[in-house]
Design a protein around this ligand. Structure first.
Ligand SMILES: O=C(O)CCC(=O)C(=O)O
Ligand SMILES: [Fe+2]
Length: 280
């Protein structure tokens, strides 16, 4: 029987007693609602083929191939492989693969004009220790901002690129490294919940529009300090067969990146967007 329970004080929900391959619309509805409520949910104990994973993922939106072409699944370009090929031919560890997503809290896809609504992972192999994923609510980060910052950021866009101010683009092909920035409101109203959140990614933001470079950098530094607030988090401990999906519109996340490198930690991943206005 379908069971949904909270995993953290505000963020994170666990769904058990379901086979996502056999879900009709009526049974999917509470799962989607729980996802909107908790921001990140895990469905445990799933046995999926890649087509099952894609089919279930399409219930959440439009799957979009990730710009990192070198880590796409060879037969399914919509699927990114996480954690495979992490050793180079000479035996050295490729840190860009091993520590992917571990550099800091971030939201996926902010460099795109239509940023990612959701990211979904399916765990094929998990290490015996470490390798967690951390999440934190940006609704709560927004609510905790001083009024001075709420006022300053309201109606103002941030400029975002894949490599941000440090220009780290190791996983992109050279021809894909020079994309123009995408602009998004720093205070974002969620299209489904109507709640306001802070939309911020320290690794991808270049500047905040209409502030001079000095003030822009100062505000970015302050937001780094303020983006993670007490009780807003959830730490996911992976089990093989977990499907985890998070809402990039109102959550940031980060991989722990600290598992024993000789062990496997392998996921399929899809990036999911909202349908474009006018296209059903
Ligand atoms: O591997 C993880 O735990 C998360 C990696 C990440 O940031 C992502 O897939 O977007
Ligand atoms: Fe990520």
């Amino acid at each position: 029987m379908l069971n949904i329970r909270p995993m953290g004080p505000h963020t994170g929900g666990e769904i058990t007693g379901v086979d996502v391959k056999q879900l009709d619309d009526a049974s999917f509805a509470p799962i989607y609602q729980a996802w909107l409520q908790y921001g990140v949910t895990v469905v445990r104990d799933q046995e999926l083929e890649i087509e099952d994973f894609l089919r279930y993922s399409r219930r959440f939106g439009v799957i979009t191939p990730h710009p990192s072409k070198s880590t796409r699944h060879p037969d399914y370009p919509d699927v990114t492989m996480l954690g495979t090929d992490k050793f180079r031919a000479d035996g050295s560890l490729d840190q860009a693969i091993y520590r992917r997503g571990a550099e800091g809290f971030h939201t996926d896809g902010a460099y795109d004009e239509i940023p990612f609504k959701a990211t979904k992972l399916y765990a094929l192999a998990v290490p015996s220790t470490g390798g967690e994923t951390y999440f934190s609510s940006m609704y709560m980060a927004y609510e905790a901002l001083p009024n001075r910052l709420k006022t300053l950021l309201e109606g103002r866009n941030g400029a975002f690129t894949y490599g941000g101010r440090t220009g780290q683009t190791a996983l992109l092909n050279p021809e894909d490294r020079q994309e123009p920035p995408a602009f998004h409101p720093m205070i974002r109203t969620h299209s489904e919940t109507g709640r306001k959140s802070l939309y911020f990614d320290p690794g991808k933001i270049l500047y905040i529009e209409d502030l001079g470079p000095t003030q822009s950098d100062e505000v970015i530094d302050e937001l780094v300090e303020r983006m993670i607030v007490p009780d807003a988090g959830y730490t996911h401990q992976w089990r093989a067969g977990d499907i985890v999906i998070w809402d990039n519109r109102c959550l940031v996340h980060k991989a722990a990146g600290d598992y024993p490198p000789e062990e496997d930690r392998i996921h399929w991943r899809v990036s999911i967007k909202e349908p474009m206005a006018g296209i059903v």
